[in-house]
Design a protein around this ligand. Structure first.
Ligand code: SAH
Ligand code: SF4
Length: 380
């Protein structure tokens, strides 16, 4: 069976043309799947009956099955998707007043092995397919719309961040069709500034992304020099800071009104002194990269042997960057009570995937529907 969620618009057109159908039939099909969340070809009423029959025999709309769902007191919802072989990936929805952000996974585990990341500690298992990546948005968007009884033009997910499990730029061939669907007006119609790829710094793929689909880029920096970054983000040994900064500059040159978001995980006594902050300022000034900083207080997990920086240390660090002339935000920790905070996504995944029967369906508390005025049909 061909999984139609694996195809971006051009690929779906090619597939349908291969079945002897016109281009506009593929667009209708795309809209049924992604705008309406329909998986049953029989219900796609404006497709000719024989075409529906052909599709039913040869193809499917197959997102990952939900193994479990948790809703947090603060409105965050986390889905655990079953990827088979006792493994799972996670997707997190974070509602705020003016937006709804979905944090999407790209791999089962991760090969980069960052010192402070529980996914990294888990090791690499395998890549998700394009359909398994976009399927996370497909499920979340349509499930949330149903529950919130949103009118057809109103979307639940207004922003996507590729900040779940895995290194998206190490699964590029699956990432790209998924990103294209997120931006496609016949699918999710998100503007490219509302879709963020977060990377630990796969330099050649940053250039590929710039050429293929220049969405917002977040780079996980975590250290202001190679000696420390080598320890925290092992990929730095392959692509050191001078190369990473040059790739960031090239990325921004292609889109001059944009900026890079540098993520910086604040770990007690490791990377959080004012000397580090000053070194960081010198690094980004030297590289002449238009950027903002996002400080993420480290989320501890068993066996990490690391502690979160104290709040006053985080504030002082943020103030130093701010005074240095760079917009700096400190990420609020959301969904703590359901282990959905950054870097906790992988925690004990293997233990949790045993039974859909244990699926919890706690009442979901969402932010009021005034959250967004964005329209699905008119995306930009
Ligand atoms: N692999 C990509 C995207 C997934 S991680 C990347 O590394 O950018 C998303 C963000 O969460 C990254 O900035 C990552 O460094 C951060 N992160 C990972 N583990 C964390 C932890 N334990 N506490 C806080 N942030 C963490
Ligand atoms: Fe992989 Fe990102 Fe975790 Fe590093 S921080 S191990 S790149 S998921």
């Amino acid at each position: 069976m061909v999984n139609l969620l694996d195809f971006d618009s051009d690929q779906l057109i090619a597939y349908c043309q291969g079945l002897g159908e016109k281009r506009f039939r593929a667009i209708q099909l795309l809209r049924w799947m992604h705008q309406k969340g329909e998986a049953d070809f029989d219900r796609m009423s404006d497709l000719a009956r024989p075409f529906r029959g052909t599709l039913s025999a040869a193809a499917e709309v197959n997102a990952l099955p939900v193994a479990r769902e948790h809703a947090s007191r603060d409105g965050t919802v986390k889905w655990l998707f079953d990827v088979g072989a006792g493994e799972a990936v996670e997707t997190v929805f974070i509602p705020e007043d003016d937006r709804g952000t979905l944090c999407v996974s790209s791999q089962v585990g991760c090969a980069v092995g960052c010192r402070f990341c529980s996914t990294g500690h888990q090791g690499f298992s395998r890549n998700l397919s394009a359909g398994q990546i976009i399927g996370q948005l497909w499920h979340a968007e349509h499930e949330l719309r149903r529950r919130l009884a949103l009118p057809p033009h109103q979307r639940a997910v207004t922003n996507v961040v590729m900040m779940g499990m895995g290194e998206p730029l190490q699964n590029y061939s699956a990432l790209l069709p998924a990103l294209r669907l997120m931006l496609d007006d016949n699918a999710y119609g998100l503007s490219r500034r509302r879709v963020t790829v977060s990377t630990s710094g796969v330099v050649p793929m940053i250039d590929r992304l710039r050429a293929d689909c220049p969405v917002a880029l977040a780079v996980s920096l975590h250290a202001p020099n190679d000696a420390l970054r080598d320890q925290l983000v092992p990929l730095n040994r392959k692509y050191p800071l001078v190369e990473l900064m040059a790739a960031c500059r090239r990325y921004i040159e292609a889109a001059p009104r944009d900026f890079i978001t540098f993520e910086y995980c604040m770990i007690d006594g490791v990377n959080d002194t004012l000397t580090h902050a000053r070194e960081l300022l010198a690094l980004v000034r030297g590289a002449a990269v238009a950027c903002k900083f996002n400080l993420i207080p480290f989320n501890p997990f068993a066996q990490s042997g690391l502690r979160r920086s104290r709040p006053e240390v985080v504030s002082a660090f943020a103030a130093a960057l701010d005074e240095g002339g760079f917009v700096t935000t400190v990420r609020k920790t959301r969904g703590d009570d359901i282990d959905a905070a950054c870097g906790q996504l992988a925690g004990e995944v293997r233990d949790r995937t045993d039974a859909p029967s244990r699926m919890t369906r706690a009442p979901v508390r969402f932010m009021p529907a005034r959250r967004t005025t964005a329209r699905v049909e008119r995306a930009r």
